[in-house]
Design a binder for this molecule. Structure first.
Ligand code: PEP
Ligand code: MN
Length: 274
């Protein structure tokens, strides 16, 4: 009798699924040439803050709005997010702008609150929170998983497998930098992750240059590098007043800087598709 090996072929793999997966978030298609830019503040801070940034990133050409309502902060004394109120404000911004919303979920107990949020983000710190991965795998919502700061490609893909194996095929991978010996940048952007993950998996691969470098002056270069490397889209932090941001101001672009970068991203994606 033939030996039966447990999951010889993983659901994330190209062996099982040779064609690129397209994940649909509202009207936005991510993967197989559907380049998506997700932009917005690290945290939702107030109604005027999120509405102003939502309008500005839309005007600049962003496809989706991001904003954290539940924030995984290193210190418990740092701003933890507006929580349920933050979700309400994100939905208001969605109503006003039509932009689909991406927001981080930290606790499966909050799934009801995220019902109208378009993409559930699993943060780097929760990449191996298996209970959370299983819970979002039992929904049919797009799930954007960020790479853990010390996760290998295999560990990252196996985290995605937790969601896929529960029956949810709508998984997006996001490289956001890893921890290395370098301290100048917040993390080290692993550009190789983009072509490697796309080779090993059919899932869309995004890149987040903001958390990778932690410095706004480097975000544009890394965004363009990840795009040239074949990313299916980008996640970029934007704040109307970075100096006053309650989290991650140092790495946030102003709306004007974001609009300038969008022009270069468009020129580059146009050249790559030519
Ligand atoms: C974020 O997107 O604001 C965030 C906390 O990202 P990460 O999980 O990659 O650190
Ligand atoms: Mn952030």
């Amino acid at each position: 009798m033939e030996e039966i090996r447990y999951k010889e072929k993983m659901l994330y793999s190209r062996e099982l699924h040779p064609d690129d997966t397209i994940v649909q978030a509202g009207e936005v298609s991510i993967g197989r040439g559907g380049f998506a830019v997700i932009a917005g503040p690290c945290s939702v801070e107030s109604e005027s803050q999120i509405m102003g940034i939502a309008e500005a990133v839309k005007e600049a050409g962003a496809d989706m709005l991001r904003g954290g309502a539940y924030k995984p902060r290193t210190s418990p004394y740092d701003f933890q997010g507006l929580e349920a109120e933050g979700i309400k404000l994100l939905l208001k911004a969605k109503q006003e702008t039509g932009l689909p919303i991406v927001s981080e979920i930290m606790d499966a107990g909050n799934l009801d609150l995220f019902e109208d949020i378009d993409v559930l983000q699993i943060g780097a710190r929760n990449m191996q929170n298996f209970a959370l991965l299983k819970a979002v795998g039992q929904t049919d919502k797009p799930v954007l998983i960020k790479r853990g700061i010390s996760a290998t490609y295999q560990e990252f893909l196996t985290a995605a497998e937790y969601v896929l194996s529960e029956g949810n095929p709508n998984v997006i991978l996001c490289e956001r930098g890893i921890r290395t010996f370098e301290t100048y940048t917040r993390s080290t952007m692993d550009i190789a992750a983009v072509p490697v993950l796309k080779r090993l998996s059919h899932l869309p691969v995004l890149a987040d240059p903001s958390h990778a470098c932690g410095r706004s002056e480097l975000v544009g270069s890394l965004a363009l590098a990840a795009t040239a490397a074949g990313a299916d889209g980008l996640m970029i932090e934007v704040h109307s007043d970075p100096k006053l941001a309650l989290s991650d101001g140092r790495q946030s672009l102003t709306p004007q800087q974001f609009a300038e970068l969008m022009k270069k991203i468009r020129a580059l994606t146009g050249a790559l598709n030519a």
